[in-house]
Ligand binder design. Structure first.
Ligand SMILES: *[C@@H]1O[C@H](CO)[C@@H](O)[C@H](O)[C@H]1NC(C)=O
Length: 229
């Protein structure tokens, strides 16, 4: 037997349920609109969508330029859980970092995620990836990168491809040979080649809205003074 208070409470919940649903759906529809309004354009100093409405990027950094060349954290949570979490925290964009080697070094661009982690002796992380993102293990590193981008797209998150460094690893120091055009590991020709390959790879991927061309120009060869002549 239901006691009267329980019944009342139950009726109340049932009555507000449609409203809760409608409110959730409208918020969702707004987010969808934002994401579907690509490509983006510039209008004077503003970024606007195809309807001329301003789009404000709220990006979080997600590193994928370290030694394994896989977006960090995939040994801890399924990629869609992370993408969804990013969106639900109020971000609409990820600055996804990558090293030139991802597309310029044949050994790296043909390596599977599993072999990348094995070659670095990261066995504990491999166990985590198997548990949380098993499908990634057999993907090549570029395939895995693309998969992270589509997971973000499926969760209405835009992506800025950020060329962070040439060789996978921590960035940056003043003496790492990655700081400025012509430094040991910063050949402008290979840099353009890498950017072109990434641009080609993501041509037509609607949630990729931009590229940041290189992280933190620095070092003894910097010549900012000349830029403003
Ligand atoms: C390409 O990557 C492999 C694996 O990390 C490395 O041993 C090799 O030196 C790299 N090649 C070039 C030209 O940087």
């Amino acid at each position: 037997e239901l006691t009267p208070p329980f019944t009342m409470k139950n009726n109340f919940s049932l009555n507000i349920l449609p409203w809760v649903l409608i409110i959730c759906l409208s918020a969702d529809a707004l987010q969808q609109q934002e994401a579907l309004a690509h490509p983006l354009f510039t209008k004077s100093r503003w970024i606007v969508n195809k309807d001329g409405k301003r789009v404000k990027l709220a990006c979080v950094n997600w590193p994928s330029h370290l030694q394994p060349v896989l977006a960090e954290g995939l040994s801890w949570q399924p990629v869609d859980v992370i993408s969804n979490k990013i969106r639900s925290m109020g971000f609409n964009c990820v600055r996804l970092t990558w090293p030139l080697a991802l597309v310029n070094n044949q050994t790296i661009s043909s390596m599977t995620v599993e072999n990348s982690f094995k070659s670095l002796g990261l066995h504990k992380s491999l166990v985590g990836i198997r548990a949380n993102n098993g499908k990634f293990l057999s993907m090549t590193l570029p395939q895995a990168f693309k998969n992270v981008v589509s997971s973000l797209g499926n969760n209405n998150v835009m992506v800025i491809l950020d060329n962070h460094i040439t060789t996978p690893g921590w960035c940056c120091s003043l003496k790492d040979g990655n700081g400025y055009f012509g430094d040991k590991d910063f050949d402008p020709k290979l840099w353009i080649q890498g950017l072109s390959r990434m641009a080609t790879m993501f041509k037509g991927t609607r949630n990729v809205v931009g590229m940041s061309l290189r992280n933190e120009l620095r070092g003894k060869n910097v010549n900012v003074g000349l830029w403003y002549k």
